[in-house]
Design a protein around this ligand. Structure first.
Ligand SMILES: [Zn+2]
Length: 222
């Protein structure tokens, strides 16, 4: 029974990531009755091909119709989403509390990855976490949030090295996580960014995907 529960949790979490991929890619042109199709030949996918992670394995990473390679980022992010939630549960984290924040961050990560910007409207997804936190008497780090915003905004204004979306997102994380964790998140994200640069030699300015992975790791290990 427990195994079935964890299996269902995994499927649900990876399906949510899969949905957020589409949302991040297509927004604001979302069609909820649109059927998923191959990026190359546009053939509509069968139900079993839509199954997170497993669909990719069954197809051996290629479209059934045109043999075009399916990008590894789809199964990889679905898998990571499932593993993240299962690890959180195993470690006894109150994952429901931070679920809205992580949904927001994953969505922003895909928007940033595909388009290089994020839609601020989705900041509203962070509200439930703030409300739950206050109801649970968890601390909201107002001063840390204010400090983070001021420093990063000045960096954005004078240095142009950081986007306004990153400033706002980091402020939300600072308000919820406090001084120690926000520093760890920033350092972790920068380390991932540098590592990726060294491996691929491709300079990437899209910071939110690294930030999302870093937040997930810091949340799990702290
Ligand atoms: Zn195809």
């Amino acid at each position: 029974m427990t195994y079935l529960f964890y299996f269902l949790v995994f499927v649900l979490s990876s399906s949510i990531v899969s949905f957020l991929t589409v949302m991040g890619h297509d927004f604001p042109k979302i069609e909820f009755n649109r059927r998923s199709a191959c990026d190359n030949c546009h053939k509509i996918l069968a139900w079993f091909e839509l199954f997170p992670v497993l669909g990719y394995i069954l197809l051996r990473g290629r479209c059934r119709n045109c043999q075009n390679k399916i990008h590894w980022i789809y199964p990889a992010t679905e898998f990571l989403g499932g593993v993240f939630v299962l690890t959180g549960l195993a470690l006894g984290k109150s994952i429901y509390l931070f679920a809205p924040i992580f949904i927001m961050m994953i969505l922003f990560a895909f928007m940033d990855h595909y388009h290089g910007f994020i839609y601020p409207i989705f900041y509203i997804l962070s509200i439930p976490t703030f409300v739950f936190s206050i109801l649970n008497h968890n601390k909201i780090y107002l001063l840390v949030g204010l400090g983070t915003y001021t420093i990063l905004y000045l960096l954005h204004y004078f240095g142009k090295s950081i986007g306004l979306g990153d400033v706002e997102l980091l402020t939300i994380l600072a308000l919820l996580f406090g001084y120690n964790k926000i520093l760890s998140i920033i350092l972790f994200a920068c380390a991932l960014c540098i590592l990726h640069f060294l491996l691929q030699k491709k300079r990437s300015f899209r910071f939110v995907p690294y930030l999302t992975i870093a937040t997930g790791i810091v949340y799990l290990i702290s």
